[in-house]
Design a protein around this ligand. Structure first.
Ligand SMILES: [Zn+2]
Length: 84
C-alpha cells in the first residue's frame, strides 16, 4: 500500500504560501523516480549518490529509490523501474 506524502508535501508548500529566498513557492516537486507497483506507474522519492567510474574523470549521479516513505515510514511494494 502506498501513501501520498510526496503530493501532500508539494501541495502544502504552495498552498501555505511558504517562501524560499523571499519569494513565494509557486510549484514544488520533490526529487523522485518512477517505479511499477502492481502494473501501475508510481512516483517514489529518491536520494542521489555520486559515483566515480573506472576510466572516467567526471563523476556521475545515480538516483536510488527509498524502500520506505521518508515521511511516514510506509513500506513501498516496488522495485526500481526507471529514472525521472
Ligand atoms: Zn508517506
Amino acid at each position: 500500500m502506498s501513501c501520498d506524502c510526496l503530493e501532500k508535501l508539494e501541495k502544502k508548500l504552495v498552498d501555505e504560501g511558504i517562501q524560499f529566498s523571499n519569494r513565494k513557492i509557486m510549484k514544488a516537486r520533490l526529487r523522485s523516480i518512477f517505479a511499477f507497483e502492481k502494473n501501475k506507474m508510481v512516483r517514489r522519492p529518491c536520494i542521489e549518490m555520486i559515483v566515480q567510474l573506472e576510466g572516467l574523470k567526471k563523476e556521475k549521479t545515480v538516483e536510488i529509490a527509498h524502500g520506505h516513505c521518508p515521511f511516514c515510514g510506509t513500506l513501498y511494494e516496488t522495485k526500481e523501474g526507471g529514472e525521472s
